[in-house]
Design a protein around this ligand. Sequence first.
Ligand code: PLP
Length: 415
Amino acid sequence: MATTDSDHLDIESIRADFPILEREFGGNQLVYLDNAATTQTPDPVIDTIVEYYRETNANVHRGLHQLSQEASVAYEDAHDRLADFIGASGGREEMVFTRNTTESENLVAYAWGLNELGPGDEIVTTEMEHHSSLVTWQQIGKRTGAEVKYIRIDEDGHLDMDHANELITEDTQMVSAVHVSNTLGTVNPVGELADIAHDHDALIFVDGAQAVPNMPVDVEAIDADFYAFSGHKMAGPTGIGGLYGKRHLLDSMEPFLYGGEMIRHVDYEDSTWNDLPWKYEAGTPAICQGIAMAAAADYLDDIGLDKIQRHENELAQYALERLDEFDDIRTFGPGPGTKRGGLVSFDIEGVHAHDLAEILNDHAVAVRAGHHCTQPLHDKLGVAATTRASFYIYNTKAEIDTLIDALDDARQLFA
Ligand code: PLP
């Protein structure tokens, strides 16, 4: 298990927990800078997965046998652990496990949006949303007649809060905002947005996919009505994510999916629903993944989310500094010295992002190239695609230097 001193991460000891980082490609050691897409998995989480399948594997909530009881207790406790991880004092009843952030968004859009929205209603979101929220609200708007409005971003990639105040009115039913932008790295003032939304009797949904893994999150301090995240971006497995919802909202909403596990009583005419959160977890859930996501929360808490945030901000600032040395490189989002998430998207004049990513891959440097599921934002920025380097607890400044050296190669190839 990684240990840390009072201020900084003990990177060497953290890296020792991630066996995949030792992989080499073409004689070069992997430099993994695609963490905003998916983070790597540390040994304690891998061990939890292996141990679960070796010792505990069984279906939950059904069997009276010992294995099923052990699996049920571990799976249910995992909900409490994740609730606690993001500051939800209501425990498991406010923590629904989903497949990922995208499913959490859709759960709220279908279970709340389809029933509550109609012509004349408005959904206010931002120009920097990930498609998982943008497309979902856009389509729910089309189906219900509700109008979707977008809060502008300024030159530096910050939300224009005057515009937010203009757009959020008595007609607004839902404000939906990304906490940390996966393209710009902007950390949005979601608490302030929550206050504005609530002043107008609207709800707020926060997409925390890039926040929960990287900084301390307190959904009650934000006063979020709903808050979504993914396990695979926080050192956990794929196939699992979370949706926090205020209890009275989760109580009053219709289920999103129907079937086994989510019912209390069924007859041929009608059905009633199980307690929270099971009402929203139809069918056999991702049991092992849920338990492993709780192990990931333990792992991150042991390191300290405040230290993780500081480390990632330092790496982002260093990357900005290094990229700014080159006149032909344009970086996006808040400039140097401004608080931001641990990622930097950039564009090199004359080199397509996909070509660049391929050349970086030849150096075993893994980055993301494309629109990062924020196509309208890229349209607004006037670029078809960008290259994104995103950092996590095991990344170092030396790895950013490797990235910069590899960029030089790309530049020479395309010069
Ligand atoms: N929201 C943001 C800000 C993201 O960065 C992502 C993934 O990149 C998502 C939502 C969607 O996450 P998932 O694919 O795990 O549903």
